[in-house]
Design a protein around this ligand. Structure first.
Ligand SMILES: NC(=O)N[C@@H](O)C(=O)O
Ligand code: NI
Length: 165
């Protein structure tokens, strides 16, 4: 099995795959008479293809067992998909470039529990990888017609070591 190195997440490194949802980097607006900080527009949903609509869901992820085998990837051709942790616990985002309609060499990012990511439409990624304990995420993605899920298996799995060491 091919080891996957866990990379630290940066907006630059993730840019080919989507965007990072980091309140600390967002425009912060003081609203409601100064009682609330609005971390504005962490991400813009891309869900309108084929009359799609944006929905917000809660994903309750059970922790994956490590070392974790990444044997498949998926993508959503018609819409973006954003994950933002509600549980302040680090998690893992695995993405890959497209290589002639199949996922190429994956990259695994360790995402702090205060930061989310949005996979751009049609970007190969692995389904949610929660780490250590049950973790809740707000997920913004697309509801609508058409086929919005494509999956592909790797010929041989990659393996991610336990972030806890
Ligand atoms: N199936 C589903 O809604 N979730 C996946 O798309 C995922 O990326 O976790
Ligand atoms: Ni997905």
């Amino acid at each position: 099995m091919r080891p996957l190195t866990l990379e630290p997440l940066t907006a630059e490194a993730f840019a080919p795959f989507g965007c990072v949802l980091d309140p600390a980097s967002a425009e912060c607006r003081l609203i409601n008479g100064g009682t609330t900080e609005r971390f504005h527009a962490l991400a813009m949903a891309d869900t309108e293809a084929q009359d799609g609509r944006t929905i917000l869901s809660l994903f309750r992820g059970q922790p994956r067992a490590f070392p974790y085998q990444v044997g498949m990837m998926e993508r959503h051709p018609l819409g973006s998909q954003a994950f933002f942790p509600l549980t302040p616990r680090a998690w893992i985002a695995v993405v890959a470039p497209d290589r002639d309609g199949r996922p190429g060499e994956p990259r695994a990012f360790l995402v702090p529990g205060t930061i989310g990511v949005q996979y751009a439409a049609n970007v190969w990624h692995h389904p949610l990888i929660a780490v250590g304990a049950q973790s809740d995420f707000l997920v913004m993605d697309r509801e609508g017609g058409g086929t919005n899920l494509e999956e592909a298996d790797y010929d041989a799995p990659y393996v991610v070591a336990d972030p806890a060491g």
